[in-house]
Structures are given as C-alpha cells and as structure tokens.
Design a protein. Structure first.
Length: 538
C-alpha cells in the first residue's frame, strides 16, 4: 500500500509538472543524429586550426583578422552555405606586428619574455639602451622627468610582489557551483543580477590602458608626454594574473588616428621586469635591447562581420541567429577567446547542412569583429537590422528574429544556460537540454551574464543567450594572454558544445512559435566613454 501511494503521488506530481516540458516538442531522432555527427564525425578542431595556427592573432582590422574572415566565407561556401562580409563602421585603424625580441645584454645576456602592446609603433630596428624607472601617477608628475627621458628605455613603475599560488590553474564547475548558479540572485535594486565572475560592460578590465574616462584621458596625456620627451621604448610589467611565463597584454595606444601615438611599448613578464628593477635599485648597470616590427593599418577604417545563412522553409522570413566573436588580442592566437566559439558555430552550420535537416526558419551565423573593444560589431549589426538602443525605434526585422545564441567563455563544455532574466524560456531550455544531461548540460540560471555579444540583442529586447561553460584555464591562463593557443583548447568539450548548440538551433528553427521575449526596454542613452575606449569583454 505504501509503495502504491508513493507511485500515485509520483504520477500526480508528474501530471502537474510534465506539461511544462512536454509541451515543447523535441525530435529525439534528430537529436541522436546531431549528436552522432558532432561526436563521431567532428571537424571542429580543423576549423580551430585554420582560425589560430594559420590565421594567427585576429585583432580587429589586422591582416590576421581579414585572413580569417576570408577563410570563413570560403569554408562555408564549400559546403553550399551562402556567406559574405557585412561592413560596419567606422571602427578606426588596424594594427599588427611581425617581430618581437627582448634581451638583457648587461650584466648578463638573457632573453626576456614579453610582447608589444597593441596600437604602438615598432622600433625601426634594434634599440639598445640603459633603462630608467619612473613613477608617474598623474599629469603633475610630468615635470619631474622633463628632459631626462630622451633615448632611454623607460620602465613605468616598480616591480610587482609575486606570491606563490596554491590554486589550480584549471577547474571545472562542481555540483555546488552549478547549484549556486541555478538559484535566483538576491532581491533588491542592483542586487546580484550578473552571474558570478561575469564582466559587465562599462568597468573593470580594459582593452586599452586603464579604466574609465579620467584614466583614458590620463593615458593619452602620458603617451603624448613620453613621445614628446623622446623615450626610445616604454616597458610595463605585465599585470593581473601574469606570471610563470604567461603574460596578459592588450593595448598601449588607441585605434583612433587623432590620438597621440606613444613610443614603442612592451610588456615583460613580471619575473623578468622585477630582475631589472632590482638591479637598478642596487645601482648595477643594466643594458637592454628591443627589436619590434609593428605598424598601423590605415587603409580600412571600417570593419566587417562575417555572415552565413542556411535558408529556411515555410517560415523563411523568420530568423534564428548564432554567433561568436572572430576578433582577438594579439599575443597568442586567440584560441579560447574566441576562435573556440567561432569554430563551434562554424561546426554547427556544417552539421545542419551535412544532415540536410528540415529548417522552417532561416539559420544565420554571425562572427563579430570589434568585440574586444566593446561588442562594437554586434552592436552595429543590431542597430542596422533591428533597433538602436538609444531610441528603440524598431525595424521590421525586429519582429522576425526568434533568438540569438552565443558562445564566448572559452573552450569549456556547456553546463547550461543563462536565461538573462527571461523566465518564459525556462521550460523551453529544460526540454532542449534534457537529452544532453548525460553530457553535463543540466543548469538553467535566471541570472544575467555580461561582457559579450548577446548583450547587443538583449539591449533592444531580443532574446539573446550565453551558455554556462566550464571555466577550465580561461581566466587563469589563456584569456588575452600569450598562452591563448590551440593546445589549450579541449577537443571533447568543443564537440559537446557543437552537438548542444546544433540541437538547440534545430529546435528553435522548427518550433511553432517564436521564442518568448521580455518586455521591451526603454531607450538607453549612449555610453559616456571616448570613441576609442575598450570596455571589458569575455
């Protein structure tokens, strides 16, 4: 009797809860075929190889970026997928480098680990000189160094105190981590909407030197002062998580051709920078040599997004979009940030085309530029096609987009999805992710997550989603670093992501209705930042 009562109770609960998921039709035969193609016949690492090892780093408007964009259009075309590059702008000047070497010559000859900073010039051949350490914290400090820097290799500030870390470099989300993410954030104005660890547009890490407006203005003034004083090379210690030969480097100058061009700027790993600083503190003569070939690219001030499309059937005018950012920073090859996401989305298109699946709605791929400078490419696309967040005047295509799905948190496998505050999507994602519970995709979080291109869609009231992923080494080793390379990408995780995203896209393209939306947001004023500012990205 007790077992029977339990069975009846279980059936009663199931009768109440099952329709929330069961109403969302999922074709398990198609899901099986997608999984099989993604896991048994994967080409995702081949896509990654061409985006990283062949194209190299992909700073927006650099030769590497345009090479990668051309390759994507060609690869999609080989599969019979229509693709093109869609111009937007103005973006500003590009930048690239082809050579970097750094050497301590005295008191011993030692190669130094470092990298040039983006948007700074080359040295026009080897530059040898004596380093000098200066401490400039504001424009009032300029007078202390007037007339003393000409021909010098200038070190900006003292060394960094390094502490041994006992934390592992790589990690996967635990059950406890996922349980926390699954809980709604604390209630109250401004409380807890962003996912833990997510960067939000407008503060924190910067793609160029420094933080907000005041700091940007100071950095421009400092660049002009160092250039006017004739510094030969400017050296910064690599900051943040840089240590053990891994260094994180972004911009020294800006992409705006009207801004002052600084002297050649480089970063050194803190262990090597510290050694030089200690020698100088002890009055031991030091001689350094730098050789940097770098140049600005001024022939294309506009940039491009790469767009590919598989036409739909009976609802062809309606669109399901997927995307990732194609651009990167320059010290590695942008493998986890974000060739990984781009390769997954390219693979999703291959899977859909190879299996010749019925798609009622058109599926559109977008690989963005300018993400690292503040989600610029996706924002320009959304403004052109859907609405400008500043006035919220909706364009006809706004009513036709079902949803946008983004991958940009490294190469860690998908563990779930952020609902971005869209409660009505919960039962839909529950049904879509159910067949992938055995691959670890179990968590649905009401929270927002920031710092990448889904925000451009969400800002104008369109369903835009970023997946929850295992962090792996993303924040500790690869994000914007010289170690962001092919070998740090996890093959099995990439295949899992492609399977899940392809299945979600298939379901979204064929469900009866468009995806539910949140209420339209009010118009938002333009961000108060210089046109060359670089808000943080993932």
């Amino acid at each position: 009797m007790k077992a029977s009562r339990l069975l009846i109770a279980a059936i009663s609960v199931a009768a109440i809860t099952t329709p929330l998921v069961a109403d969302e039709a999922v074709n398990l035969d198609v899901v099986h075929n997608i999984r099989d193609e993604a896991l048994q016949n994967s080409q995702v690492m081949d896509h990654l190889f061409y985006l990283t090892d062949v194209s190299g780093s992909r700073l927006t408007n650099s030769p590497g970026f345009f090479n990668a964009a051309d390759w994507v259009v060609k690869r999609l075309g080989e599969w019979g997928i229509s693709a093109h590059q869609e111009k937007w702008g103005p973006y500003g000047r590009g930048w690239t480098y082809t050579r970097f070497s750094a050497q301590m010559l005295e008191p011993q000859s030692v190669p130094l680990i470092g990298a040039p900073l983006a948007y700074t010039p080359g040295t026009n051949g080897p530059v040898t000189g004596e380093p000098i350490i200066i401490a400039i914290n504001n424009e009032g400090d300029f007078n202390k160094y007037k007339g003393t820097l000409k021909g010098k290799i200038v070190l900006l500030g003292p060394g960094r105190d390094l502490q041994m870390s006992l934390q592992p470099l790589g990690s996967r989300r635990t059950d406890a981590d996922l349980a926390t993410l699954a809980q709604a954030p604390e209630a109250g104005p401004g409380r807890g909407q962003a996912a833990p660890g997510a960067a939000a547009i407008g503060g924190g890490r910067q793609g160029g030197p420094g933080g907000g407006n005041a700091n940007q203005q100071f950095q421009r003034a400092l660049n002009k002062f160092l250039s006017d004083e004739g510094a030969a090379v400017v050296v910064r210690p690599a900051g943040g998580r840089s240590e053990g030969g891994t260094l994180f480097a972004q911009g020294g100058g800006t992409r705006d051709p009207k801004d002052p061009v600084p002297p050649p700027m480089v970063v050194l790993t803190p262990e090597h920078y510290n050694r030089i600083a200690r020698l100088l503190d002890h009055k031991v003569p030091v001689k350094l040599e730098f050789n940097v070939d770098a140049r600005f690219v001024d022939d294309r001030m506009d940039s491009v997004n790469v767009i590919g499309e598989i036409p739909g059937g009976r609802k062809r005018a309606e669109i399901v979009m997927i995307g990732a950012h194609l651009d990167s920073w320059h010290t590695g090859t942008g493998a986890t940030d974000n060739a990984a996401g781009s390769a997954v989305m390219i693979e999703v298109m291959r899977i859909l085309k190879t299996l010749n699946l019925r798609l009622d709605r058109t599926v559109r791929l977008a690989l963005w530029s300018g993400e690292e400078q503040g989600i610029l490419g996706s924002r320009a696309y959304v403004t052109e096609h859907f609405a400008a967040r500043e006035d919220m005047k909706l364009k006809p295509e706004h009513a036709k987009l079902s949803g946008y799905f983004n991958v940009d948190n490294g190469s860690g496998k998908i563990r779930g999805v952020y609902l971005q505050g869209n409660d009505a999507m919960r039962p839909i994602f529950e049904a879509w992710l159910k067949p992938f519970e055995d691959l670890g995709a179990t968590t649905i979080s009401i929270r927002n997550t920031g710092g990448t291109d889904h925000l451009s869609f969400d800002a104008v009231g369109l369903p835009g989603f970023q997946f929850i992923q295992d962090p792996l080494e993303y924040d500790s080793r690869t994000h914007h670093s010289n170690m962001d390379v092919y070998d740090r990408v996890q093959r099995a995780d990439m295949m899992q992501m492609a399977a899940i995203v392809a299945s979600i896209v298939y379901n979204a393209a064929n469900r009866d209705e468009l995806l539910p939306r949140k209420p339209l947001p009010k118009p938002q004023p333009a961000p108060q930042q210089p046109p060359n500012a670089n808000p943080p990205t993932r």
